[in-house]
Design a protein around this ligand. Structure first.
Ligand code: G3P
Ligand code: CA
Length: 294
């Protein structure tokens, strides 16, 4: 028969196990964080200062002193992963001039060699003429060379069946799935819960983020496969931040939150006051200055 002390110890141990489970409640986190505790993430690189999703935008983030960069990954017709936001090439390259007969210029309709011919910098400014759409491999190499960290978004995975395994393969080939990258330098996010579930099932050791704002009642279910809930800042409330922090994520720690896309000082201060963990921004310098001076 168990003594009272033994029962208490056993109960505490069981509680600890229960509360470390993904999706289980977490202890309340403090609300507002100090500026240095908030991770400022350069959206599509420092895309307010250089053409988005190019190596130049990654380098600009480093020049400004920022470790974390966000990008968007898609797949070409011949299976190469490339870094580009829109699912067509019109807005951020000269594809309409180079391939005038290939409307609607979808990424998935072009080979990697064709995309490598495109100018992804001139639309932004002549000083960036000749910048290329990077492959994921090229992008990872540059982020590594710069000693930076990556919030990698699988963009529109419904258009690219199996892209989760392609992403994992390239990450592995580039040594981004070693213990050091997994622990400190890589998060994979998506608007697609099925895509994140697939990735998590394949590699449960990868930190993942869901883009969006699931109802509070469903956060426990998201915590089964995600470590972060990353919503738009537009409708964010302090209560929702607290609700997210109160649930454990896929690795047993409280869910964290990076909100997007915050490009002005006032919004940066507002969301910092709510206690977010990260702010995703085209202008990381503006956000850093705003939250440091508040
Ligand atoms: O990282 C958040 C943000 O990138 C999500 O929206 O459209 O810019 O990919 P979008
Ligand atoms: Ca993105």
């Amino acid at each position: 028969m168990l003594t009272r002390a033994a029962v208490a110890t056993t109960t505490a141990a069981i509680s600890a196990v229960v509360f470390l489970q993904p999706g289980a409640p977490a202890q309340a986190a403090p609300s507002a964080r100090a500026a240095e505790e908030i991770t400022v993430i350069s959206h599509r690189g420092a895309s307010g200062h250089a053409p988005e999703n190019t190596l130049a935008a990654v380098d600009k983030a480093r020049e400004l002193g920022f470790d974390w960069v966000e990008n968007d990954v898609q797949r070409t017709r011949d299976g190469e992963l490339v870094v580009l936001h829109d699912t067509d090439l019109k807005r951020t390259t000269d594809v309409e001039q180079v391939f005038p007969d290939r409307s609607p210029w979808k990424v998935a309709d072009f080979t990697a060699a064709e995309i490598a011919r495109l100018d992804a910098g001139s639309w932004y400014g002549q000083e960036y003429a000749g910048a290329r759409v990077p492959t994921l491999k090229q992008y990872l190499e540059r982020v590594d060379e710069n000693r930076q960290k990556l919030l990698l978004e699988i963009k529109a995975p419904e258009l690219y069946p199996g892209i989760e395994n392609d992403v994992l393969r390239v990450l592995g080939e580039q040594n981004w799935l070693d213990a050091s990258h997994l622990a400190r330098r890589l998060v994979v996010q998506s608007f697609s819960a099925p895509s994140l579930r697939t990735l998590h099932a394949e590699r449960p050791d990868v930190v993942t983020g869901f883009l969006g704002a699931p109802p509070v009642s469903e956060l426990g279910a998201y915590g089964q496969f995600a470590d972060q809930i990353n919503p738009s800042a537009a409708t964010l409330t302090a209560g929702y931040v607290d609700a997210v922090h109160a649930v454990r994520g896929a690795h047993g720690k409280p869910l964290t939150m990076s909100t997007w896309t915050v490009n002005d000082a006032q919004t940066a201060r507002r969301v910092a006051g709510y206690g977010v963990d990260g702010i995703i921004t085209n202008v990381p310098d503006v956000v850093r200055d705003a939250i440091s001076s508040s």
